[in-house]
Design a protein around this ligand. Structure first.
Ligand code: NAD
Ligand code: UDX
Length: 466
């Protein structure tokens, strides 16, 4: 089937950038991204491209090029579904916060609502594509809803998980390592549907990078990829603690093992802990699925990846407290960075949130500077934890828009995100304005120990032993 109209339900960190790139690479396809969140759609339509809801290097330029031509953002969900031959579901699938599977399973209520809406609205056959990350076998639930509540039209369900990483989304979408498409390869209609989506990507992705599988392999591959990636970070973070005890340097260890072509050099950067909306959620989901099949050893194995990550965040805040003479009460501590990684304004599950929460429990006065994260976001991240009242969070923590001001009179600086600009600061100027002794806790290992120590700082780098 030749695709002329695509609808994407969900204008978030995945739906927005993914559809923008499809629109750019497929000028003959009309792409409409819909969302129930009016503010988000307004932001995507804002003439001032600085106000787009997602910050990604290179994204604004492509939005400028395609928006209003073959890329549209709208809240008219029914109309967009009706028009499209192919519908991506790209809504959020957070960890359940209630009922059975609370704190572990994926909450599929938004997915189900989409399926019911597609079924209700569709008057012609459609291809429905799971773009959201979903538990293995979700496609059968979507199919059942579509077939049982629809108007007798035919639906084909494909799984097409998204592998983009935030901060590099545009490049990842333009040059993906692979595109994975799972579908019913045992029926003629299924094969046609798979080919239709292959043809969309073939506009810019080389054929040997477009992989087709059965639906279950595709769904499970996404959870597996995230589990493996997160496991590498937890593995190197576990070693970082041992490095600190033994006098080894985790960067040297990473380099040494990464040169082994069987291990590979990527994703071996020790840190204050991984964040982001995907790793924790997807591994918890994997653990839940394994448990639900009675595979307790499999579940325990993957759960350890999360436990090490929690430990890494806690041990970073513990290190700050113990170094500052076992008390941070009333002391100013400056956070450079709040986003979960550089080059994104996303803060979901950022290590900074947990580290701040721990320090606020010790009555520290935390001051945050992040080049892309706004004040309201920082407060809403903290308020969401419900550790203390909204008023107390505002009393204890403040947000500065200038990094030098954020560091004035502070007792310690903690680097929580690896923003490039931090490396360019005048550290002498910062040192001069700080309380002494002046401490730096580098949770990302981005600063140069020797030059900072020459200035007079007491410098701690994650994974660097003495
Ligand atoms: P997001 O929260 O940024 O965006 C989801 C959007 O869906 C929201 O704007 C929400 O309003 C909208 N929505 C929810 N229900 C809706 C409905 N019924 N109708 C219309 N709109 C609706 O989430 P995200 O980060 O874009 O993630 C989406 C999915 O992609 C998740 O399953 C996630 O696991 C997966 N994923 C995310 C990333 C990432 O880097 N963020 C990468 C790969 C995969
Ligand atoms: C991840 C996957 O990489 C991507 O394929 C998937 O589609 C979504 O989830 P994302 O969470 O956006 O992407 O960013 P990623 O680059 O994977 O980083 C996740 C976290 O791990 C960040 O907090 C990052 O700082 C941390 N990390 C990553 C490390 O601490 N060390 C590393 O070596 C790599």
């Amino acid at each position: 089937m030749k695709i002329k109209n695509i609808c994407c339900i969900g204008a978030g960190y995945v739906g927005g950038p993914t559809m923008t790139v499809i629109a750019k690479q497929c000028p003959n396809i009309k792409v409409t991204v819909v969302d129930i969140n009016q503010d988000r759609i307004d932001a995507w339509n804002d003439n001032n491209l600085d106000n787009l809801p997602v910050f990604e290097p290179g994204l604004a330029d492509i939005v400028k090029e395609t928006r209003g031509k073959n890329l549209f953002f709208s809240t008219e969900v029914d109309t967009a579904i009706d028009e499209a031959e192919l519908i991506f579901i790209s809504v959020n699938t957070p960890t359940k916060t209630y009922g059975k599977g609370k704190g572990m399973a994926a909450d599929l209520k938004f997915i189900e609502l989409c399926a019911r809406q597609i079924a209700r609205v569709s008057k012609q056959d459609k291809i429905v594509v799971e773009k959201s990350t979903l538990p293995v076998r979700t496609a059968s639930a979507i199919k059942s809803i579509l077939d049982n509540t629809g108007n007798g039209v035919q639906f084909q369900i494909l799984s097409n998980p998204e592998f983009l990483a935030e901060g590099t989304a545009v490049n990842d979408l333009l040059n993906p390592d692979r595109v994975l498409i799972g579908g019913d390869n045992s029926s003629e209609e299924g094969i046609v549907a798979i080919q239709s989506l292959v043809d969309v990507y073939a506009n810019w992705v080389p054929a040997d990078r477009i992989l087709t599988t059965n639906v279950w392999s595709s769904e499970l591959s996404k959870l597996t990829a995230n589990a493996f990636l997160a496991q590498r970070v937890s593995s190197i973070n576990a070693m970082s603690e041992l490095c600190e005890k033994t006098g080894a340097d985790v960067n040297e260890v990473s380099k040494a093992i990464g040169m082994d072509s069987r291990i590979g050099s990527k994703f071996l950067k020790a840190s204050v802990g991984f964040g982001g909306s995907c790793f924790q959620k997807d591994i918890l989901n994997l653990v839940y699925i394994a448990k639900s099949y009675g595979l307790n050893e499999v579940a325990d194995y993957w759960e350890q990846v999360i436990l090490i990550n929690e430990h890494q965040k806690n041990r970073f805040s513990d290190k700050i407290v113990s170094t500052l003479y076992n008390t941070v009460s009333g002391k100013k501590i400056t956070f450079l960075g709040w986003a979960f990684k550089k080059d994104t304004n996303d803060t979901r599950e950022s290590a900074a949130i947990k580290v701040a929460d721990n320090l606020l429990n010790e009555q520290a006065n935390v001051v945050v500077y992040d080049p892309k994260v706004h004040l309201e976001r920082v407060y809403s991240d903290l308020d969401y934890l419900k550790t203390r009242s909204v008023e107390e969070n505002r009393e204890l923590l403040s947000v500065e828009s200038d990094p030098y001001r954020a560091c004035e009179g502070t007792h310690a600086i903690a680097i929580l995100t690896e923003w490039d600009e931090f490396k360019e600061y005048s550290w002498q100027k910062i040192y001069d304005s700080m309380n002494k002794p002046a401490f730096i806790f580098d949770g990302r290992g981005i600063l140069d120990k020797n030059s900072l120590e020459e200035i007079g700082f007491t410098y701690y780098k994650i994974g660097l032993g003495k």
